[in-house]
Design a binder for this molecule. Structure first.
Ligand code: GTP
Length: 211
């Protein structure tokens, strides 16, 4: 974004490097969800509020994802140098490719991600290392959060070196802001966090989108 806007550069990182094992044979990222590939829905929701988009995935996924995103916003691909190291490694790879100081990380299987919440998370992360939603169930929504790219990537690397796979772990190395459920409610419906893992969840999401 040009400096005269006064806005910090903002990147959207979409995580898609998993194997969709609960989904079945197909890569859920590119599965046709009510007429639009699921990852395309996430990209289209993020595009208006970020300055660049980065897709993190495995090498063999690039071609199908590129096809799924054809005609849409420009994206760059950040391919895992070593696949299958888990979502934290994917976050690290995606954040390293980000040119914005801050990046919203969103999983490709969250087709209802709400841009208003993401914009709010960018605002809340300013002058901190991260803004991470935490619902009343106390789970941190680490795959729909905003991070300062460089410190989070470094924290992920340290956690991986410790052989720590829990995606929450790098946060404890950072100075982060928690965005609680009441605050989220003011911005977006909780469906923003719905993620699609199984065929049943995919069909339920299809029905909602077609209603
Ligand atoms: N880069 C990378 N991303 C991953 C990896 N595992 C999961 N992810 C991503 O992290 C997010 C959350 O993971 P899951 O919902 O478990 O997705 P998944 O691993 O594809 O699905 P399952 O195999 O059914 O668990 C999704 O966006 C995945 O694409 C990985 O090993 N590497």
């Amino acid at each position: 974004m040009p400096p005269e806007t006064g806005r910090t550069d903002r990147t959207g990182v979409v995580l898609a490097g998993g194997h969709s094992t609960r989904f079945g044979d197909q890569d859920k990222a590119v599965a046709d969800l009510a007429g639009t590939p699921m990852i395309r829905r996430v990209v289209d929701r993020l595009a208006p509020i970020v300055d660049e988009l980065v897709i993190n995935c495995r090498d063999e996924q690039v071609s199908a994802i590129d096809t799924a995103l054809e005609g849409g916003p420009d994206v760059t691909f950040a391919v895992d140098p070593v696949p299958d190291r888990g979502p934290m490694a994917g976050i690290m790879t995606g954040l390293r490719a980000a040119t914005g100081e801050y990046a919203a990380v969103v999983a490709c299987d969250m087709p209802f991600v709400d841009p208003d919440l993401i914009s709010h998370l960018f605002d809340r992360a300013a002058d901190h290392d991260a803004a991470v939603p935490r619902l009343d169930d106390q789970w941190f929504q680490t795959t729909q959060a905003v991070y300062r790219a460089a410190p989070m990537a470094a924290a992920c690397e340290r956690a991986l070196e410790r052989d720590e796979r829990k995606i929450i772990e790098p946060l404890f190395d950072l100075e982060y802001v928690v965005v609680d459920e009441a605050e989220i409610h003011d911005q977006a419906p909780l469906s923003t966090f719905e993620n699609v893992n199984t065929r049943e969840e995919f069909e339920a999401a299809t029905r909602r989108l077609e209603d």
